[in-house]
Write a protein that binds this ligand. Structure first.
Ligand SMILES: [Ca+2]
Ligand SMILES: [Ca+2]
Ligand SMILES: [Ca+2]
Ligand SMILES: [Ca+2]
Length: 386
């Protein structure tokens, strides 16, 4: 190769390099293409990072679990429990009860619960002091004093109690009242005579004998008076008892008597004003003999509604009209289970009977925690919890 040709080649290379450096000519597109590709690849990762945040919306599809906590709470399953309707607060007040086999200390409750008749919601109260844990206490609501009155009952060592307490639902306060009232009673029943402003107590047992004593409590003066009427129903406990406001009579029916036989099927009616018990003539039909039943007065319909009991008739609903001394067996399409030793009370505001808990079937501590409402006008039981 000669030097002239070498110089020409060098000059061409130099021109080519200059042209490439300026980049203004389309003569060298080959060098541009490979360098343009990498930048577009690096642009993808930044746009990819927003994706993970949008992935978090997936867990919300598991929200059905939180709705489980929305199921309302309720007292645990129990029987021998007491319920009263506080008309001023429009609330049911529940206290105590037996939650398991006798006579384990853990089987007795000293808790206070309230039930909202409108929303069907249960909630537990937290009073600073309370009556001791117990079952089969007697309880009634004194509307004039706006206090729930509680008396007696039994505890885990099968000890009968004789203390009197009042509960103010507005302030969530239990107050122990004066001693010196009735002696120890288990399974006594109480009803409030609204016309006379007295809580009437009848029946129960003192661990040795069934009782037939009648007492009246005046919340205003914190005074118990033994009434000693000339005649009384035969001794019994866990009987059905309620106050017919229209007739101004406390009504008593049923239970087991001293010979461990069912008592006579007659209704007894007590008039505090004249301190007399009246034995109503026995007329058919009448509910068959049973113990541990409950009876509550429906003020709007002027009927005493009876439900449950053992060993038979546990799922029967009966209505008693004192004015005509007539029992009518109701025929609701559905009923609560066969129950005894449940709790019942009537809400004036809702015109509904409220039933809670009880023992299913024959006594074997098979307690329930269901809540039912009954409307006499339509003869309809409705399970409202759970
Ligand atoms: Ca009173
Ligand atoms: Ca009266
Ligand atoms: Ca009546
Ligand atoms: Ca009614």
């Amino acid at each position: 190769m000669n030097t002239t040709r070498l110089l020409i080649l060098s000059g061409l290379v130099l021109v080519a390099l200059l042209l490439a450096g300026c980049g203004g000519q389309a003569a060298e597109p080959v060098a541009v293409a490979p360098t343009a590709a990498p930048p577009t690849e690096t642009a993808i990762p930044p746009t990819a990072t927003p994706v993970p945040p949008t992935a978090t919306p997936v867990p919300p599809t598991e929200t059905p679990e939180p709705t489980a906590t929305a199921i309302p709470i309720a007292p645990s399953a129990r029987g021998y429990v007491t319920l009263a309707y506080d008309a001023e607060s429009d609330l049911m007040v529940l206290f105590g009860g037996q939650t398991g086999p006798c006579c384990d200390a853990t089987s007795f409750s000293g808790k206070t619960w309230i039930y909202d008749v409108t929303t069907h919601a249960w909630s537990q109260r937290q009073p600073a002091v309370s009556p001791s844990a117990r079952a089969a206490a007697a309880m009634a609501y004194d509307s004039e004093s706006d206090r729930v009155v509680l008396f007696g009952g039994g505890n885990q060592i099968n000890l009968r109690l004789d203390d009197t307490w009042t509960y103010d639902a507005n302030t969530d306060t239990w107050t122990e009242m004066a001693a010196g009232g009735p002696p120890k009673h288990l399974g006594a029943q109480m009803a409030y005579d609204m016309e006379s402003d007295r809580v009437i107590l009848f029946g129960g047992d003192d661990a040795n004998f069934l009782l037939d004593d009648t007492w009246a409590y005046d919340t205003n003066s914190d005074t118990w008076t033994e009434m000693k009427p000339a005649m009384s129903p035969t001794p019994r406990n866990f009987q059905a008892m309620t106050y017919d406001a229209e007739s101004d009579r406390v009504l008593v029916w049923g239970a087991i008597g001293s010979e461990l036989e069912p008592v006579d099927g007659s209704v007894w009616a007590y008039d505090y004003n004249s301190n007399t018990w009246e034995k109503m003539p026995l007329t058919e039909p009448v509910p068959g003999p049973r113990d541990g039943t409950e009876m509550v007065y429906d003020a709007e319909s002027d009927r005493a509604i009876l439900y449950g009991g053992t060993p038979a008739g546990g799922d029967e609903t009966w209505a008693y009209d004192y004015n005509s001394n007539t029992w009518t067996e109701m025929n609701p399409a559905v009923s609560p289970p066969e129950l005894s030793d449940h709790a019942m009370a009537y809400s004036d505001a809702a015109d509904r009977l409220i039933l809670f808990g009880g023992q299913e079937g024959i006594s074997n501590y098979n307690f329930t925690r269901e809540t039912w409402n009954y409307d006499f006008n339509s003869d309809t039981w409705t399970k409202v919890w759970p």
